[in-house]
Write a protein that binds this ligand. Sequence first.
Ligand code: DQA
Length: 147
Amino acid sequence: MRVHVLNGPNLGRLGTRQVDVYGVTSYADLVTMCEKTGRELGLDVVVRQTDAEHELLGWLHEAADEGAAVVLNPAAWSHYSIAVRDACAMLRGPLVEVHISNIHAREEFRHHSVVSAVATGVICGLGVDGYRLALHHLAQRLADGAA
Ligand code: DQA
């Protein structure tokens, strides 16, 4: 199964960005970890990051056309992008929304994600391990025949 692991704005700065909130794992390390996990689970994992909303929309359209699964950290777009939510609503495969930090324990404007209502499930507050857990869930779902 093809899994698109998509990351929104500023996540390319992981490792140096607010390390007290997001940890010391770099974006490059996150990519390596997702690819390794994907190989171990027999998933065809593609990891991407963008600071341009139209680029993320294009990748979501691609995933929708393929009927692929998506692991998405929409970052700041989570909180206000109806365009990202609408693109997520077009997906035919499962969507796991991931946040590295616990958005509910942070500023009030981060408590609501417009994407969550169209996601299959949400993981937040478990650091970059959330991505690994999301991939394990998708592999198990596939094995259960529920993808
Ligand atoms: C984030 C949380 C968002 O509020 C923030 O804008 C991000 C990252 C997270 O992974 O914890 O950029 O999605």
